[in-house]
Design a protein. Structure first.
Length: 318
């Protein structure tokens, strides 16, 4: 006759009152997971179950405390120590007003930072919204904010004022990015252009790569049609109106770039939006195409047909 083997089992509270020896097994009937003793941790070391793998709640904060800028987090299962690559998630209790620190499982405060203009930077007011799900990864020194549980979190923010160009370094580790924001030309009635670099912005396209651009009226046009053209015209083929710079006039930017980190694929680019043209007319624009050379794209650059540019863009995962 087979012998039935049963593990010691109890509630989470009762199990936590004892410290099992190394290798001693127990079952937490509260959280429905196995615990194995290591000789030092109260209750034993929890091991994931099928239910935990499905819910993905081990690193989700069960309690968010402190203030909107000085955040304390208690995870569903406490973190033993900070280590590079550890990822945590929490729901923000309010919009931040400036730089933010987080203290996870009482291990000490660490800065919560973002990747902006090619380097780490402190968060700015309203980078976090009330109720937003935040995902942050420890880089060995600080936590870096990334996409939340639903994706699309801000990776970096780039702002320029009266600059000749708006340069956008593309972060590694993503297949697709979305670039959104607003732009105002310093000179009235200008068109928005886009340039691409595969050498960290040291140089931009100077060959006749072809991009198909869909305009408002449905016609299909090719840019980079002649050798030496080094920019894609985004808005120049729309109703004959350039982007206005009068009070209240601006251009909405929404660009999706895919395959840019894949050196064996063409980079795909498409975008759409609207702007107020010279004289206040509202103009829609749309463009799409492929960079017909296979290499990793490192940077894109936005600039006006003539004159300088002011604007702010957010880079998010797509």
């Amino acid at each position: 006759m087979a012998t039935q083997l049963q593990l010691r089992r109890d509630t989470a509270a009762d199990l936590a009152s004892a410290t099992p020896v190394i290798g001693e097994a127990g079952y937490d009937i509260t959280n429905k997971n196995l615990l194995i003793g290591d000789g030092s941790r109260s209750g034993g070391v929890p091991h994931t179950s099928y239910a935990h793998d499905q819910s993905q709640r081990f690193r989700y904060a069960s309690a968010v405390g402190g203030t909107v800028d000085v955040i304390t987090l208690a995870l569903n299962e406490d973190l033993d120590a900070y280590a590079e690559g550890v990822a945590i998630e929490f729901r923000a209790s309010g919009a931040n007003t400036g730089a933010v620190t987080i203290n996870v499982s009482g291990l000490g405060a660490r800065d919560l930072r973002k990747y902006s203009n090619g380097s780490e930077a402190d968060l700015e007011a309203d980078d976090i919204s009330s109720g937003q799900i935040i995902r942050a990864v420890y880089d060995g020194t600080n936590f870096q904010i990334g996409s939340g549980g639903g994706g699309g979190g801000i990776i970096s923010t780039i702002t320029v004022t009266n600059s000749s160009t708006l340069n956008i370094p593309l972060p590694t580790g993503y297949n697709s990015l979305k670039i959104t924001g607003w732009i105002v030309p310093i000179s009235d009635g200008q068109d928005l252009r886009l340039r691409i670099s595969d050498d960290d912005g040291s140089s931009y396209e100077t060959s006749s790569y072809t991009y198909a651009v869909q305009s408002n009226d449905g016609s299909l046009d090719s840019y980079f049609a002649s050798s030496g053209d080094d920019r894609i015209n985004i808005t120049s083929n729309n109703s004959g109106y350039g982007v206005g710079n009068a009070s209240g006039e601006s251009l909405q930017v929404e660009i999706l770039i895919s395959n840019y980190n894949n050196g064996s694929k063409f980079t795909l680019i498409n975008g759409s939006g609207c702007y107020t043209g010279t004289g206040g007319s509202v103009v829609l624009y749309q463009f799409s195409g492929a960079r017909q050379v296979a290499s990793v794209v490192t940077n894109i650059q936005l600039l006006m047909g003539s004159g300088n540019i002011t604007g702010t863009l957010n880079i998010t995962s797509a």
